[in-house]
Design a protein around this ligand. Structure first.
Ligand SMILES: Cc1ncc(COP(=O)(O)O)c(C=O)c1O
Length: 363
């Protein structure tokens, strides 16, 4: 069988799929890695202890399919009942479960553009369509976004947004709950907000059709572990449970994630340090001539008025410094231009010093 013949066996929507391309993950040492919004600080020592303990505790048995220990801790944090929590193998898995559970082939989802590229890929895998919620140059929603959102089966809003780091006010996102669908607030970066909050919108008007997703990859320093969760009304969670794999979280990650959430002090100390470094980096980039958007996340979106961003990215990469170069076609206010820029993860202070020293030389 030729490659073309083999390819023709896939579902048409998969044949046409370009596939999501994650940020580069070089495997050799020596890189200053500021491209995938990982936390520069290690996870809580309690997490390591919990993994060691779980490793010696009957790995021959399947894990708890309902992930009870984690749900209890997450529920306390959000001040809800554990029936409001659905854990997953990273928040990307939770997003996949949501699309599989709610969106039929041919139906449509929407999300702000530019934002997290994976949402469109999830729609394509499902054989669904997607629309963009247009943004104005200050990253607020264009008036037409509301009409588009109301007609969807599912609307994704990453809040804070990536790549901008911009945070939309509650009133702005509440206007985007579809008439016959659900609004997913992807709060992957929620803990880096200046004033973090735990789900007040779930209890307000329309709250039954709001799902919040969270990840332990960023603020809890556990990207290597794969753990995320959804918070929503128990009726929503019950439907999502029907779609998930029975054992979508493994015993080691359940133990680790539970310990991580219990150690709020560790996570908060790291987010404070990251916020401080974020403000320092923003000031320094401005003094180097960059435009920097105020950020509520663990990264900055920055553009330079004169220097091509792809060249800056490459010059840094040649010096073993990885940032994320991003280009969004049709994102300009007229809908027919593109915007591009650099998304820089907030590393620790020595990493940021390395970045700045190299940028000064390159410029
Ligand atoms: C907006 C957004 N949502 C979700 C994720 C996925 O996080 P996880 O590692 O939990 O799959 C990311 C990862 O970069 C992200 O940027």
């Amino acid at each position: 069988m030729t490659s073309a013949e083999l390819n023709s066996l896939f579902r048409p929507s998969v044949q046409q799929l370009a596939g999501y391309i994650p940020g580069e993950q070089p495997q050799e040492a020596g890189w200053t890695k500021l491209n995938t919004n990982e936390n520069p600080y290690p996870p809580s020592p309690r997490v390591i202890e919990a993994i060691q303990q779980a490793a010696g505790n009957h790995l021959e048995k399947y894990p708890d399919p309902l992930v009870t220990s984690f749900r209890q801790v997450a529920a306390e944090l959000f001040q809800v009942d554990p029936e409001w929590i659905l854990p997953g193998n990273g928040s990307d898995e939770v997003l996949t479960i949501l699309v599989r559970a709610f969106v039929d082939p041919g139906e449509s989802i929407a999300f702000p553009y530019p934002s997290y590229i994976l949402y469109g890929t999830l729609a394509e895998i499902q054989g669904a369509r997607f629309a963009h919620l247009p943004l104005l140059p200050d990253w607020s929603f264009a008036p037409s976004a509301t009409d588009i959102a109301l007609a969807q089966k599912m609307v994704f809003v990453p809040n804070p947004n990536s790549p901008s780091g911009h945070c939309w006010a509650d009133e702005a996102v509440l206007g985007l709950i579809p008439r016959q669908g659900v609004l997913v607030l992807d709060e992957a970066y929620g803990d880096f907000r200046d004033v973090p909050a735990h789900g007040p919108l779930l209890h307000g008007p329309g709250g039954r059709r709001i799902v919040i997703t969270r990840t332990l990859s960023k603020s809890y320093s556990l990207a290597g572990l794969r753990f995320g969760f959804a918070v929503a009304h128990p009726d929503v969670i019950a439907g999502l449970r029907k779609v998930k794999d029975s054992y979508n979280c493994d015993a080691l990650s359940i133990a680790a994630a539970t310990a991580a959430l219990r150690d709020q002090a560790w996570m908060q100390a790291n987010t404070v340090r990251i916020r401080d470094t974020r403000e320092r980096l923003a000031r320094e980039l401005v003094s180097l001539g960059f435009n920097v958007l105020p950020s509520q996340a663990n990264f900055l979106w920055t553009t330079h008025p004169e220097r091509p961003h792809a060249d800056l990215y490459q010059a840094l990469k040649d010096r073993k410094i990885l940032v994320r170069y991003m280009k969004f076609p049709q994102a300009g206010p007229a809908g027919n231009q593109f915007i591009d820029g650099l998304r820089i993860t907030i590393g620790n202070d020595p990493q940021i010093d390395t970045l700045l020293a190299n940028l000064r030389e390159i410029l």
